[in-house]
Design a binder for this molecule. Sequence first.
Ligand SMILES: *[C@@H]1O[C@H](CO)[C@@H](O)[C@H](O)[C@H]1NC(C)=O
Ligand SMILES: *[C@@H]1O[C@H](CO)[C@@H](O)[C@H](O)[C@H]1NC(C)=O
Ligand SMILES: *[C@@H]1O[C@H](CO)[C@@H](O)[C@H](O)[C@H]1NC(C)=O
Ligand SMILES: *[C@@H]1O[C@H](CO)[C@@H](O)[C@H](O)[C@H]1NC(C)=O
Ligand SMILES: *[C@@H]1O[C@H](CO)[C@@H](O)[C@H](O)[C@H]1NC(C)=O
Ligand SMILES: *[C@@H]1O[C@H](CO)[C@@H](O)[C@H](O)[C@H]1NC(C)=O
Length: 409
Amino acid sequence: MAITGSGSLLISFVLSAAFLQKVDSQNLATDNVSVIEGETATISCRVKNNDDSVIQLLNPNRQTIYFRDVRPLKDSRFQLVNFSDNELRVSLSNVSLSDEGRYVCQLYTDPPQEAYADITVLVPPGSPVIESREDVVSEGNETELTCIAIGSKPAASIRWMKGEEELTGEMTVEEMYDRMFTVTSRVRFSVTKEDDGLPVDCIIDHPAVKDLLAERHLEVLYKPEVRIEVAYPQGLTREGDNLELTCFAEGKPHPHQINWVRVDEDVPPNAVVTGPDLYIENLNKSYNGTYRCVASNTVGEAYDDYVLYVYDAPTTTPTPTTNPVNTQDSRAGAAPQKIDHAVIGGVVAVVMFAILCALIVLGRYFARHKGTYFTHEAKGADDAADADTAIINAEGGHNNTDEKKEYYI
Ligand SMILES: *[C@@H]1O[C@H](CO)[C@@H](O)[C@H](O)[C@H]1NC(C)=O
Ligand SMILES: *[C@@H]1O[C@H](CO)[C@@H](O)[C@H](O)[C@H]1NC(C)=O
Ligand SMILES: *[C@@H]1O[C@H](CO)[C@@H](O)[C@H](O)[C@H]1NC(C)=O
Ligand SMILES: *[C@@H]1O[C@H](CO)[C@@H](O)[C@H](O)[C@H]1NC(C)=O
Ligand SMILES: *[C@@H]1O[C@H](CO)[C@@H](O)[C@H](O)[C@H]1NC(C)=O
Ligand SMILES: *[C@@H]1O[C@H](CO)[C@@H](O)[C@H](O)[C@H]1NC(C)=O
């Protein structure tokens, strides 16, 4: 079969040589080929208007791979894909770097025509690797990441993404051997608290690969963020009130210490600190000041301040001599003065009572108001059926409840 084919080829060679004038219109074409190492390249030699001229394919050393549909070359990686009047198509499997070069399609016209197919072998880089100068970084500090893509042809290009943000790296390209490259890219940046947990991607751009990347998550340590919240009271802080502040502190690592201090002064003796809470019973104007919650971890320390301003107890309150909590004014020292105040307070209360009656306020509503006026603790009073209950509710848990009751009776 092969011999017969060759025989007819030689005949056609002779024939084509005989019609020299007509071959000019023959047109030989081929394409360059890029192929990934190990894969299959296809070389196609195409002829327009073939008058049966012999076509052959030569390797870069100009050895004949195919002469028409016959392969003189021993390399079985070359296979005939198509052979017709208009095309000689040959595949080369398991391409290696040494297959690279200029292949020649030749048409035996006179003079012979040639077309060149350059085979370019692409070698994808190995999986990229990100190396980090340090495992964890403290906020504000600089970190350095290095990404390496080893052994590619041509050299890969490296991009960096931190979350949605593109980073600019510094790239170095090194030729390992024979057109094989190793590419290194380095980025440096200062980290913030927000970077904690963010992915940093080293993205490889190379014609032989798609979606090749390495990822690393940043771990950032940051000092605590501190916030004081008032648990109680919701409104003004008045003398006799209880105050409860809660300190919220978050950081990485978790704050190992949370302290309450009073700026420039001592914390009142009756202040109780339970975990992150500061609790002060029975506020006194002398407690005015700045209360600070300080939290710290290995990265640093932070604080939040609460300025306490103790207001007078409500002025309509008759001042009980027996109950220092109800003293309207911290300057009122002498007992007679307190009694005067008590009398005035009583009169005012009676007038208020009369006005309220005239307005036909509901009994329950009235009682609630009375509770508000006569006690400084609104808490609990709203739900009480009468003033006494209101006082008891309001002062619930305090040992001066009896004193208050006594006063109203
Ligand atoms: C094939 O590649 C070579 C360079 O390697 C270039 O000069 C030539 O024009 C290319 N041919 C085609 C048909 O693209
Ligand atoms: C070879 O190519 C011709 C024309 O391009 C086509 O008609 C034919 O089907 C092909 N044969 C094979 C086996 O691919
Ligand atoms: C491909 O070629 C390489 C050498 O270039 C050889 O080691 C390997 O066994 C070949 N693979 C196949 C499937 O032929
Ligand atoms: C952060 O930088 C400071 C100096 O600026 C250094 O003392 C500290 O050790 C660094 N922290 C970390 C975790 O690298
Ligand atoms: C407030 O505290 C001062 C001393 O610290 C004390 O003399 C005064 O009686 C207190 N006032 C009240 C209303 O408890
Ligand atoms: C505390 O604040 C009150 C205002 O409610 C003010 O009258 C008083 O003088 C302040 N006391 C101190 C000790 O600063």
